[in-house]
Design a protein around this ligand. Sequence first.
Ligand SMILES: O=C(O)C1=C[C@@H](OP(=O)(O)O)[C@@H](O)[C@H](O)C1
Ligand SMILES: C=C(OP(=O)(O)O)C(=O)O
Length: 429
Amino acid sequence: MQVTVSPTQVKGTVTAPASKSAMQRACAAALLKGGKTVLQNPGVSNDDEAALDIITQLGANVQRVNDTVVIESNGVAPISNEINCGESGLSARMFTSIAALSKTPITINGKGSLVKRPFDFFTEVLPQLGVDVKSNNGLLPLHISGPLQPKNIEVDGSLSSQFLTGLLFAYSAAGANDVTISVKNLSSKPYIDLTLKVISDFGLSKPVNNNYQSFNFSDQPINQSTAQPLNYSVEGDWSGGAFLLVAGAVAGDIVVKGLNVFSTQADKAVLQALMQSEATISIEESQIHIRKSKLKPFHFNAVDCPDLFPPLVALAAYCEGTSVIEGVHRLTHKESNRALTLQEEFGKMGIEIGFQDDLMLIKGGEGVKGAAVHSRHDHRIAMACAVAALGAEGDVTIEEAEAVNKSYLKFWNDLARLNATIYSLEKSL
Ligand SMILES: O=C(O)C1=C[C@@H](OP(=O)(O)O)[C@@H](O)[C@H](O)C1
Ligand SMILES: C=C(OP(=O)(O)O)C(=O)O
């Protein structure tokens, strides 16, 4: 799908979508907890659908009922020998360790960008836990044969936190007791806070976090009551919400609802960058009001919140001077190599992006040009280009704009509802 965004001032009120990070974790937790779980505000993105399909293959019964998702489970009891994780890195990395709890041999597969993303972690780690693993030279598909047995182990957390998220769920569900996962160089730390929060919200046994260097399971396995259904409300998404907030800061006067300011989500840190750039923003518990004003360049460390690079590059394009974002090394293995895609696609809009070691330098404040850009099938690149287009000097046409469906199915509709002038060849928005 090709979408053209014409320069427009956005206005009105919008509600952020459900967080796919929270939704996918809730699916895992509902499968592991057993009994009945009712998810309120469930996600509808492609990654959310992938997680629902995976837990179905792993034995859960899943139904969308009105605006909720009802999950019934007896724990991990696969009905198939394969799970397909679509394009979701989190689902593939989290559910591999969870699927390994069963003794049924299972193939972990994916599609699109996911089949190019690294999975060597499992060939190194899972055999130490009694799981037989074969990979396609470190890539998907993986063939695993469990059951996983929790043991003291040391893992490397520098590439991604998602592998650790999976191990934490699996150890918790396997009743790990007096067992420690030691972690070197953990990246994306707040995502582990979110994992631990969901583990505890679902009453699963939660390890003690020793400064992100080790996670010790010392609880006796909890005998959870599954008699009562658990009602769980999925948080709004700070990662998708960041694009809406930047849209308001560069070209609007909007109110964003549905973002919990007390969330543990990594991308809540977008507020720090917006405040540093002196955006006109008022933050209340139930809504954030943000409008266009003169913006100053900012310096932001995104090592622990790498998904903020794309929206912050769009923000930086409108800040008067050079903004600096730290953590470029975290971008290589996402849906695209995001450092290069941002440089190339924003370059087409006249925004100069340079690199110095781990820093990205974005020269802003000199105008954004109309251009034809490409999402590279990366949802966050499509959304960043769209938001940057709102204050551009001409139309920006985005190829493969449907990439947004990975995390934010209604992105184009929400932008249109905020009065953005958007035109699509495929369908009216
Ligand atoms: O756990 C999660 O929900 C995620 C963790 C992050 O990945 P890394 O841990 O690989 O940085 C993030 O980039 C991804 O979009 C979602
Ligand atoms: C990298 C992302 O997700 P995942 O790793 O779960 O595919 C993302 O949403 O930007």
